[in-house]
Design a protein around this ligand. Structure first.
Ligand SMILES: Cc1ncc(COP(=O)(O)O)c(C=O)c1O
Length: 483
């Protein structure tokens, strides 16, 4: 027998590791007796205390068994233990491994592909983020961090950020709010989770735009809610199309400024009707305002939340698009009766944190860097959208329909048939182009076939190359199909 483990370990550690390996690999059979500690020490040329130290540890961990008067034995199930894991017998593979709810969440969660290719929706231009300035701000606030930032807190976020946000939202989004109504979250997703769990019970209905945002689908499913898909037309979510027998919702999720993914803006008539319907039915509206800063040709559309006094609206914002997704910062603007319950529940369920990043973000906003960055990105995305339209021009000239509008971070291409959608996605995979089928954004069949084409995070070259590939392939397939 030889000790195989690295000599950087102590002799006891090396013997422990070797004995454990021998047990797990079956060189020491379950139930067999271990030589006495004296004999082992002699055979291995080690001190007896070294041997006792290793044997005691393996006995405590359950790999060996000490039987008084008889000696030390290899435990019956020791060989079953996976290397590096705790000494628990291996379980037979369980199928299916997820709860029914877990499986449904997975079903609506698309594969995470290569995030850095053309056409990935929702990714901002990460390489254009002013990283050095941001890191300087982070360092500054890290150095000045008060002791309370090391503690558990439940104030809803760093006050300076809530104040800066409030000024920004009032001015640029016409949101009605005070700083104490803001709860900083780890992104919009956490905001949806809180809303779903605190305001709706299992089996209650949430009305959702169809097509709609997969992140919200997953979140409502995880809260056990019944999602009622509501069709979207060119005025936004059309609740008037719902049958009178439809389940009364507890929640209504909308993206009124820039419907995700179709890109339409909800008309004023629909906004008023939606607020009125929510009030009448005792429902809360979730306004997901994820990318309204990127409206290239005009000022951002005013929020639904600010349309009337006391609208039953929870406004959800995120810094994932205007800063970067890994920051994990977003926020809720809560109606007064929900402020305290949400802050307390959030402190219990998710805990607060990231105070340094929050404080740095407050300074980033108040010193004007945020507005400058957003304005630069708005111009960049305008150019990138134009580049994508240019690359797809040959297909458009042959009948490909692209979504209108000069806003956001993606375009939608309408396709003639689900078969064409599937064929394009599969050919794209082989060509190394990542295409998101529009059908993925629908909960109900039949879906409107199409493609969601992100451009914000792609370089000019990537847009030109992937755009040319798509244009050529669409022309070939569409021609072949006789469209
Ligand atoms: C419609 C929509 N809402 C919200 C978000 C932002 O989510 P988060 O703040 O959790 O990153 C996204 C990001 O992809 C989105 O597409």
């Amino acid at each position: 027998m030889r000790l195989a483990t690295p000599s950087s370990l102590t002799l006891t550690q090396r013997l422990y590791q070797s004995l454990r390996d021998w047990v797990q690999q079956g060189q020491l059979k379950p139930g067999s007796a271990l030589p006495s500690s004296r004999q082992l020490a002699r055979e291995l040329g080690l001190g007896r205390n070294t041997v006792l130290g290793a044997v005691d540890r393996l006995t405590a961990e359950g790999f060996l068994e000490s039987r008084p008067g008889a000696g030390v034995f290899v435990a019956e199930w020791g060989a079953e233990v996976v290397a590096g894991a705790s000494p628990v017998p291996k379980r037979a593979a369980v199928s299916p491994p997820l709860s029914a709810r877990g499986q449904r969440i997975l079903d609506v969660s698309s594969l995470l592909g290569d995030r850095h290719s053309a056409f990935v929706p929702g990714v901002p231009a990460l390489d254009r983020f002013p990283r050095e300035r941001w890191q300087r701000l982070l360092r500054r606030h890290q150095q000045q961090a008060p002791l309370e930032w090391h503690d558990y807190q439940h104030r809803g976020g760093v006050p300076a950020l809530r104040e800066a946000l409030c000024d920004y939202l009032r001015l640029s989004r016409s949101v009605r709010c005070r700083p104490d109504q803001i709860l900083v979250t780890q992104g919009a997703q956490q905001g949806f989770e809180l809303i779903a769990r605190l305001l709706a019970d299992t089996g209650e209905a949430v009305w959702m735009e169809e097509p709609g945002y997969g992140g919200a689908h997953a979140c409502f499913l995880s809260a056990g809610l019944d999602i009622v898909p509501v069709p979207v037309d060119d005025e936004g979510m059309a609740i008037a199309t719902l049958p009178s027998s439809v389940a009364t919702p507890r929640l209504i999720y909308v993206t009124p400024s820039h419907q995700y993914p179709s890109g339409v803006t909800m008309s004023l008539k629909r906004r008023t009707a939606l607020i009125e319907a929510a009030q009448r039915r005792g429902a809360w509206i979730i306004e997901d305002d994820y990318d309204s800063e990127f409206r290239y040709a005009s000022a951002p559309i005013a929020s639904l939340q600010g349309l009337v006094d006391d609208a039953p609206v929870i406004y959800v914002g995120t810094f994932s698009k205007v800063m970067y997704p890994g920051l994990r910062l977003g926020y809720l603007v809560l109606p007064d009766p929900l402020v305290e319950p949400f802050k307390r529940a959030n402190a219990r369920l998710h805990r607060e944190g990231q105070y340094v990043a929050q404080a740095a973000l407050a300074t980033f906003i108040t010193e004007g860097h945020f507005a400058r960055h957003v304005s630069r990105m708005r111009e960049l995305y305008r150019l990138r959208q134009a580049a994508l339209r240019h690359a797809l021009a040959p297909a458009v000239a042959n009948g490909l329909v692209l979504s209108a509008g000069t806003a956001g971070m993606h375009l939608v291409a309408e396709l003639e048939s689900p078969a064409l959608e599937a064929e394009l996605v599969s050919r794209a995979e082989q060509a190394g182009v990542l295409l998101s089928p529009l059908s993925r954004y629908f909960l109900r069949a039949p879906a409107r076939p199409g493609l969601v084409l992100g451009y914000a995070g792609a370089t000019d070259i990537e847009i030109a190359e992937a755009g040319r590939w798509l244009s050529d392939t669409w022309c070939t397939l569409s021609h072949r199909d006789g469209a």
